[in-house]
Design a protein around this ligand. Structure first.
Ligand SMILES: [Fe+2]
Ligand SMILES: [Fe+2]
Length: 464
């Protein structure tokens, strides 16, 4: 049996369009909203007794609901089409279990004019609207019903955000090299995006910090430090303004290196004491540039100035040791140390994430703030993001996201199948299924060198 006939489908989209439009003008308790909203809720509820999903959207400017197309829409529906196109919504999927409050909340969000697609999605998550899913325009073919595909697209967005962050730092360093005062706007824009993702779930972007580019070490390092510092800040419960400052300070912490001679910067092996003195100037130089940039508060320059002072304040620059610094300096130092230890350098083997955390624990109380180290270790979990693991199914996977509910069961990307063959596109797998059953357990940590796997390259390839 069809969930809805065509008149029913038309009635549903008309009601939906009406309440969204109405809520932009009236409070939701107004009868002009309340009545149609109740009717809409009833209709959707009825339809969802015969099917578990119902969806409507816009394709090539035409509104559809399930298999029905509304080629010549009434003005009431035209309003919905315009609104969805404006917000880049391709499809709205409602699923069984939808509550009246979720529906009402969603309509209210859709009614607020300036909300963009990303903001809408973020707000929906905040308001726990879990039975409505949005698909961005152009992100699925007409027939595509496959939810895995939608997930992959969302991950693709994160990789694109990471790419934009790299571009912003690259552009900024180019300006410095040319003697210009760089424009802060691109960095601020991309950090804003990362903040909204991180505030919802601090660990979302951590997987991206596995992306290391050995030829352009500084750019990737800067973006990674920003991502790690934001995640730690959000985990500590800082507000979005502070998390934003951490993101900006992290992404800019080493820009002073742009002014250090390249032969010192890229020298393999140990620096002479003169060379090291020269290298040490990068904190001061960076903070001086930031002070000249528009749109960045003095706290950013201060954090950059102090990022090598160490927790015991025995670091450099020596003259700044007694200045007051916020906790942000110590958060950036944690992120900086972790990314440096886990990165393969000309003169240094990469250390696997778990061993890196052990290294950091040795520095707790002297170079690093012990309390922050333990919060960071907690955040990264027993199997930190980027760890290659063997499962009891004999699959080999990389840890992509920690699971705060169960540290033995992170979300992984399976790279090598049960029969030992490499998968062309890595498969996302939660080690705990929805029903609480174990998909499989981690039996060992695997050395990526042995398996010849470049985890970062896989992440950056957009397979994710
Ligand atoms: Fe530095
Ligand atoms: Fe650094």
């Amino acid at each position: 049996m069809e969930a809805l006939d065509k008149p029913g489908a038309l009635r549903l989209v008309t009601l939906f369009s009406g309440v969204v439009k109405g809520m932009a003008f009236y409070p939701e308790s107004h009868p002009a909203i309340r009545q149609p909203l109740l009717e809409l809720d009833r209709m959707i509820g009825m339809a969802l007794t015969t099917t578990d999903q119902l969806s409507w959207g816009v394709i090539d400017g035409v509104l559809f609901l399930d298999e029905y197309l509304f080629v010549t829409p009434s003005t009431a529906i035209a309003d919905l089409v315009n609104r969805m196109m404006e917000k880049e919504i391709g499809r709205i999927i409602v699923s069984a279990g939808l509550s009246f409050d979720e529906l009402r909340g969603f309509v209210a969000l859709l009614a607020s004019r300036p909300a963009t697609f990303d903001l809408l999605k973020a707000r929906m998550q905040q308001e726990r609207i879990s039975h409505i899913t949005l698909v961005r325009q152009g992100e699925e073919s007409f027939q595509a019903e496959d939810h895995d595909e939608i997930e992959v697209e969302a991950e693709g967005d994160y990789v694109a955000t990471y790419g934009r962050a790299l571009d912003a730092i690259r552009g900024l360093c180019r300006d410095i090299e040319r003697g210009r005062i760089p424009n802060s706007a691109p960095v601020i824009r991309v950090v804003d995006r990362m903040v909204s993702i991180t505030m919802q779930e601090p660990s979302t972007l951590l997987g991206l910090t596995m992306i290391k580019d050995y030829d352009n070490y500084t750019f990737n390092h800067c973006v990674n430090v920003g991502v790690l510092a934001m995640a730690l800040g959000a985990t500590l419960g800082l507000d979005s303004q502070d998390v934003k400052s951490l993101g900006i300070a992290g992404q800019l912490h080493d820009i002073g290196k742009t002014m250090i001679p390249k032969d010192i910067l890229n020298k393999p092996g140990k620096l002479s004491s003169d060379e090291f003195d020269e290298m040490k100037r990068h904190s001061e130089l960076g903070s001086k540039i930031i002070r000249e940039m528009e749109g960045l508060g003095p706290e950013i320059a201060q954090v950059v100035l102090g990022h090598h002072l160490h927790f015991n304040r025995n670091g450099y620059p020596e003259w700044a040791r007694r200045l007051p610094f916020s906790q942000m300096v110590d958060i950036i130092a944690i992120a900086d140390t972790y990314d440096a230890i886990t990165t393969l350098r000309v003169y240094q083997h990469p250390v696997n994430p778990r061993a890196a955390l052990t290294e950091m624990q040795k520095l707790a109380g002297t170079l690093l703030d012990a309390r922050l180290v333990s919060r960071f270790v907690e955040m990264m979990g027993k199997y930190p993001v980027g760890t290659l693991v063997r499962l009891d199914t004999n699959e080999v996977a990389v840890v992509y996201r920690p699971n705060p509910m169960d540290e033995d069961a992170p979300i992984v990307r399976v790279l090598i199948d049960v029969d030992g063959s490499r998968l062309t596109a890595p498969r996302e797998q939660s080690l705990v299924a929805n029903d609480g059953e174990r998909y499989s357990s981690i039996v060992a940590v695997v050395d990526p060198m042995l398996k010849n796997i470049d985890v970062g390259k896989l992440i950056a390839s957009g397979h994710y």
